[in-house]
Each structure stands twice: as C-alpha cells, then as structure tokens.
Design a protein around this ligand. Structure first.
Ligand SMILES: Nc1nc2[nH]cnc2c(=O)[nH]1
Ligand SMILES: [Zn+2]
Length: 453
C-alpha cells in the first residue's frame, strides 16, 4: 500500500509542570446504579482544576485567589469531564468499519480476518495505530482496552504510538490457534511465548498495560486457553481480554466445541481466565448463573451497543448486569470495527436506545458514569483514572454543549444539568470535544500538520 502522507500526526502540546483549567466540571464519586444518582455526581458550575506533573492537584470552585500565579486555560461555557474509557475495541479494524450485511461469524470470515491479515506489515500497523489513536483522542477517549492482531508487530506499533502520546492504554496480541485463516494462526507453541515477551516488554512501561488476549473460545484450542490462563496468572496486575456470548450461533458453536463446560463463561473459568482484570466483550446471552459468577470472580463486561445493533447480535441488559445484590463491573465499548463510532457520546446514546428496547431507563448520569468511572472500575483503574479528584491522572475531555448551531439552540432550552448531558449523548459526537488532555497535556490532533512532506 502506498505511504499516505496526508494522515495527521497527533502530538502532546508541551505544558508547564503546574497549570490549571477553568470551566464547568463533572465527575462521579459513586456508582449511580447502586446509589442515588444525584448524590453520585459531583458538579462544579465554574471549577478551577489544578494540574501538577500530569496529575490533578486540586479541584474546587474558581476564585481569582485560587488561580493566583497559575497559567489558567479558560474553557468558558464548556464542561470538563474525566477522559472517556473504552473497555473494548479493535484498532486493526479501523479500515473496515461499516462492512455491510452480515452477523458475527460470517462478518469475521468475510471482512475482519482479511483486514487483520494486512497487519503482517509493520508499516501498515504503525499507520493504522496512529490514525486510530488520533481518532480516539479527538473523540475524547483517553484510555481503551485494545485488541491488536496475532502479529507481534501490531502490538509493538500500537504501544509505540501510545507511549509517544503518553496515553494510558491496555492492549495485547490476539491468540488464535484454530478456526481462522492460516496467516492469522499462531505457530504451534508460539502464541504464548510471543505474548509473554510482549508483556515483559510493555506491561507497566510508562502508562502502557498488557492484556493476554485469546480472541474467543472458538479460535483457541483448549490447550491454548489453558496456557493463556497460566500466563495471565503468572503476571499479577496484567489483564485478560476476550469475547463472550455475543451471538446465538457463536454460543451454539461454543457448546459443541466445549461439551464438558456448563456454559460459555465456564469455558474461560476452567482455563483460569476469570477474575479481577478479566474483561469480557458483550455478554449479551449470559444466564443469571453466569452473571453471578462474573460478580463472584470480579470479572468485567464491556457493553458495546453500536456493535450489537450493527451486527444484529442482541440487546445487552445493563440493569440486569448491575443488579444491586450482585453487581457486575460494566464499562462501555465502541467495539470498532463492528461498532460504528469512536465517539463515547454516540455509544452512550445507543446504550440508551438499547435500554429502551429492554424496557429500562438509562439516564444521562448512568451513561456518563459507564463512560468514565464505571469504565475505570471495569479496568480496575478506578484509583488512577475516571474521576476529577486530587491524585488522579489528568486525563480530561472538554465538552462544548454549544458546539453546533443545533446544539446551541437545543441546550439553551435545557432546564438542568442532567437534561443537558442527555442532549449531549443524543446529538453529540466528536464535534462536541473542544480539547482532550492526556496526563495534563493537551493533544493537538494534528490536522494542521497534514499535507505533503
Ligand atoms: N465484535 C466482534 N466479536 C468478535 N468475536 C470474536 N472476534 C470478534 C471481533 O473481532 N469482533
Ligand atoms: Zn470485539
């Protein structure tokens, strides 16, 4: 493929060690599914947020005295919000978003695997990693749990670009040793040592975190799943990510492939792949017993509404997953390229519609929680990201409720904050994101640098 010189190059803008942002601000101190939503939300109509060495030093009401001596970037009329968290996404699928007309298993064969075969080329991987991270940051997402491909070079490319931008990312090499094209299969005995080498190289290096990544049960032999479980458990603090119960034909296939397991989750449980930092994409067709087991083991689910609607997979029941007597950790996932938008706002809007079809009311507070602190809790990062609070990493998105003429017109008619947030998740997308800060530095998304060089 020829080099595309028009791709923009995102970069962090150098920031002084101590500086401040001013604007309205929101953040969650608790889970609105489990407590009074109004109590769970913190709101500052006019906040001063002080950043020191990439962390939030303080947040409180703005006053000239509090701001004295600090360089202050004022975002009038805007809302500072913790950077969005995407708990399930595939960067190599950036080039095949919107592939028409299939459900999961045919879609994988027809579009996904061919796109992933291209990542044998490290230059292609580097190009897509850059574009993907640019789009993610332009949409206000600052942390994601990301599937690479089976190629080690796809992981190198992704972490190298994330390290350059200093984003906190979780990623891993996909493991597959059956039921995929030969060019996407791990050689006999190769997948686990390659994963371990990548884990040792990247996990905990700066802000990068590694996830052992068996794609899903049908593409790994029982032996590979067991070995993945051993690898994950040998490295405490690392992650495991995979897919579960997304599509009914997939669930039937797993039952045939693993007759000894009591259900789909049991396939992973038997391989030692459940527990805190185990991230399961989808979980639409999980039984009550499996949801209980997710709760008991501390495993997390990624709710991917745009993907589930696009592939016709089904309606994830977020309120059933979050049932107060056995709550499961749940975050939102864009699941590109089955998902159709990088935007967490669009994803929240679709989560609302899925809840409507389930007969549930997902308020803006529920949705913004899932996209921020809820996502951080799913990733066991709730002490570092997902809130605007002292000590937290300064990953911040600045939302402009007046970003378009329609939004200006509509939000002027909102009676309170919850209504305004709901309109943002109904009408909003990347255009609402005025700025994204990563560890305190604004990310210039690079369009100004585009052009021949
Ligand atoms: N949506 C989705 N589901 C999967 N199940 C296994 N692989 C995939 C994938 O790439 N995308
Ligand atoms: Zn996925």
């Amino acid at each position: 493929m020829p080099q595309d010189r028009t791709l923009p190059v995102p970069r962090p803008e150098p920031a002084p060690p101590r500086h401040a942002l001013r604007g309205g601000a929101i953040s969650f101190r608790a889970d609105p599914f489990l407590s009074d939503p109004a109590e769970a939300l913190e709101h500052w109509p006019d906040a001063l947020l002080v950043i020191e060495n990439g962390h939030i030093a303080s947040i409180g009401p703005y006053s000239p005295e509090a701001a004295a001596g600090l360089p202050v970037t004022h975002h009038p009329e805007a809302l500072l919000c913790p950077g969005f968290v995407d708990t399930h996404v595939h960067y190599p699928q950036t080039g095949m978003i919107g592939a028409y007309g299939e459900q999961l298993l045919a879609w994988l064969e027809r579009y996904t695997f061919p796109a992933e075969l291209e990542f044998a080329d490290p230059e292609h991987a580097a190009r897509v990693a850059r574009l993907f991270l640019r789009e993610l940051l332009a949409a206000g997402t600052t942390t994601a749990a990301v599937f690479c491909t089976v190629h080690a070079a796809s992981v190198e490319a992704f972490f190298a670009e994330s390290a350059r931008l200093n984003t906190r990312m979780i990623a891993g090499k996909v493991l597959m040793d059956r039921n995929a094209p030969p060019g996407l299969l791990d050689g006999p005995g190769h997948g686990i040592p390659e994963s371990e080498a990548l884990l040792l190289r990247w996990h905990g290096r700066g802000r990068q975190l590694y996830a052992v990544t068996p794609r899903f049960a049908p593409t790994s032999t029982p032996a590979q799943l067991q070995a993945a479980g051993r690898l994950w458990r040998a490295h405490p603090g690392s992650y495991m990510q995979t897919h579960i119960a997304e599509n009914t034909a997939e669930v039937d296939w797993v039952r045939e492939l693993f007759p000894e397991a009591s259900d789909y989750l049991d396939v992973y449980h038997r391989a030692g792949l459940t527990g805190p930092r185990a991230l399961f994409g989808h979980g639409i067709h999980l039984s009550e017993g499996a949801l209980c087991r997710c709760h008991q083991t501390g495993s997390a689910l990624a709710h991917c509404p745009t993907s589930n609607l696009f592939l016709g997979s089904g309606l994830f029941r977020v309120f059933a997953a979050k049932r107060a007597d056995r709550p499961v950790r749940v975050g939102l996932g864009s699941d590109l390229g089955a998902g159709t938008s990088f935007s967490a706002l669009r994803t929240m809007g679709e989560a609302y519609k899925v809840a409507q079809l389930n007969g549930d009311g997902l308020s803006a507070l529920h949705a913004f929680y899932l996209a921020t602190l809820g996502g951080a809790e799913a990733l066991a990062l709730e002490n570092r990201i997902g809130r605007l609070a002292p000590g937290y990493e300064a990953d911040i998105v600045v939302l402009d409720p007046q970003a378009t003429p329609l939004l200006r017109f509509r939000t002027a008619r909102c009676r309170d904050l919850a209504e305004k947030l709901f309109v943002l998740m109904t009408l909003g997308d990347e255009r609402v994101v005025r700025a994204t800060y990563v560890a305190g530095s604004r990310i210039l998304t690079g369009t100004a640098q585009a052009g021949p060089s």
